[in-house]
Design a protein around this ligand. Structure first.
Ligand code: IMP
Ligand code: MG
Length: 183
């Protein structure tokens, strides 16, 4: 019988707590600077992966802002389908608002592309994309990211909000997962 190889083992630390802290501070500084004249700034995070990132990031934004969340699913296990379903919509009417859409990681780009189109239909004043991580080599659709934390190689990663089967979100750093045989 073929052995199963679940991703169930924490590999190496890819990005440390300190590196994340420094980069998130820098992103907050850039956003603060870019939106200094904004009258209505809202950050919309995608549940659940962006929660840890967004709560750190918002405390580095020194400008009046509000926050909201959406939940979408496009992912089962570590495979992606290209089909994105809206499970929970944001509550705020974003007409005329400066919106920053925040996700944990851009992989194929389907999630960001789909949500971006949906939000643009709602006529915000502006819309920019912020992502903590980007697996650029895996993009299947063009996905411009205005504020990016780190570009990473094609590894499945967990921690700092990112999960595998809902686990590992609480890790303070970003780590890779190694496949290990089930014995
Ligand atoms: P995309 O639609 O293919 O860009 O997928 C983006 C979503 O897939 C992210 O919001 C994550 O929830 C999930 N995802 C993609 N790669 C990883 C990973 O390496 N670790 C954890 N989640 C991931
Ligand atoms: Mg996600």
């Amino acid at each position: 019988m073929a052995k199963k190889f679940p991703y169930d083992f924490i590999g190496e630390v890819l990005i440390t707590q300190e590196q994340i802290h420094d980069r998130v501070s820098e992103l907050g500084r850039l956003i603060t600077q870019d939106y200094q004249d904004s009258e209505k700034l809202i950050i919309i995070g995608l549940l659940r992966g962006s929660v840890v990132f967004i709560t750190d990031l918002m405390r580095k934004i020194h400008h009046p802002m509000t926050m909201d969340f959406m939940s979408v699913s496009s992912y089962s296990g570590s495979e992606t389908s290209g089909f994105v379903r809206i499970d929970l919509d944001h509550k705020t009417n974003i007409f005329g608002w400066d919106v920053i859409l925040v996700d944990d990681i851009v992989d194929t780009g389907y999630t960001i592309q789909t949500v971006r189109k949906l939000l643009l239909d709602r006529k915000p004043k502006s819309l920019r994309i912020c992502a903590l991580l980007d697996k650029k080599e895996r993009h299947k659709v063009e996905t411009p990211i205005d504020y990016l934390g780190f570009e990473i190689p094609d590894h499945f990663v967990v921690g700092y909000g990112l999960d595998h089967a809902q686990r590992f979100r609480h890790l303070p750093h970003i780590a890779t997962l190694e496949p290990v045989p089930v014995t």
